[in-house]
Design a protein around this ligand. Structure first.
Ligand code: KIV
Length: 272
């Protein structure tokens, strides 16, 4: 199968209300999984800074560094040349327009990704998005639950439950579109608000824990395949149990190693 690679022009047209197919995006952090994703119809790969939580064992994504994202982004892009790949700008690397510009150029060049993603819609970020698109770096926005601001937001919860919050998120979504984002992730936003934003924006929205009416869906692959010991978030119904599968694989190996072996002289021994 030859995969038709997406680009920002094609992605921007993928609006559900225009009768288009929903966009599919999964996170990926390694070369081999990227190779597999490249063989599927998956529309977009996200090298999310969730790599900090699920691969590096950090407590929050606040600990993720630019070098972390360069390392994982490069590996993924190498494995998935045919899949439009977005890499997260990590916490603190875009605190000012000038540092954001410098770090984005380095991340974009070194990973060879097709786009970068950043969280929030402050005045600084809106200005930065304008500069990045000017230099040719496509930007995906991210609103609602923005894990890099977990301490500022006061935990992980659903956003847009009150009218003032709805108004604020809608205003920010429009500002991100205006600033030049080609798509917008809505994380843990009420389904009602996610639907309204999706209808009012011309760029596609990609939801996670935000209902079914966004223009696309994204999940963390480790949640989808249940790769860890804990239950994935409520909104993610795992399709497999890789944690148990790996346990079984390790146990098969242990049994094989421990079973009776023949010594070269023909006598038997238990290797352990
Ligand atoms: O880092 C990440 O995995 C993300 C998704 C949850 C959208 O930003």
């Amino acid at each position: 199968m030859t995969k038709v690679k997406l680009n920002t022009r094609k992605i921007k047209k993928r609006k559900l209300h225009l009768g288009k197919k929903p966009l599919s995006m999964l996170t990926c952090y390694d070369f081999q999984t990227a190779q597999l994703m490249d063989q599927t119809d998956l529309d977009l790969i996200l090298v999310g800074d969730s790599v900090g939580n699920v691969v590096l064992g950090y407590d929050t994504t606040v600990e993720v560094t630019l070098q972390d994202m360069i390392t994982f982004g490069r590996a993924v892009k190498k494995g998935a040349p045919q899949t439009f790949t977005v890499v997260d700008l990590p916490f603190g690397t875009y605190a000012t327009v000038s540092s954001g510009l410098k770090n984005s150029i380095e991340l974009f060049q070194k990973t060879k990704a097709e786009a970068l993603k950043l969280e929030g819609a402050s005045k600084t970020f809106l200005k930065l998005i304008g500069k990045l698109t000017d230099v040719g770096i496509p930007v995906m926005g991210h609103l609602g639950l923005t894990p890099q601001s977990v301490h500022q937001q006061g935990g992980y919860f659903t956003h847009g439950k009150t009218t003032p919050e709805e108004v604020k998120i809608m205003r920010e979504a429009k500002a991100l579109e205006e600033a030049g984002c080609f798509a917008l992730v809505l994380e843990c936003v009420t389904p009602k608000l996610a639907k309204r934003i999706s209808e009012e924006l011309t760029i596609p929205t990609i939801g996670i824990g935000s209902g079914v009416d966004t223009d696309g869906q994204v999940l963390v692959i480790n949640d989808l395949l249940k790769m860890g010991p804990l239950r994935p978030p409520q909104f993610c119904q795992p399709v497999a149990d890789f944690f148990e599968l790996k346990r079984q694989g390790i146990e098969i190996f242990l049994n094989d190693v421990q079973k009776e072996e023949k010594d070269s002289d023909g006598s038997s021994r238990v290797s352990q």
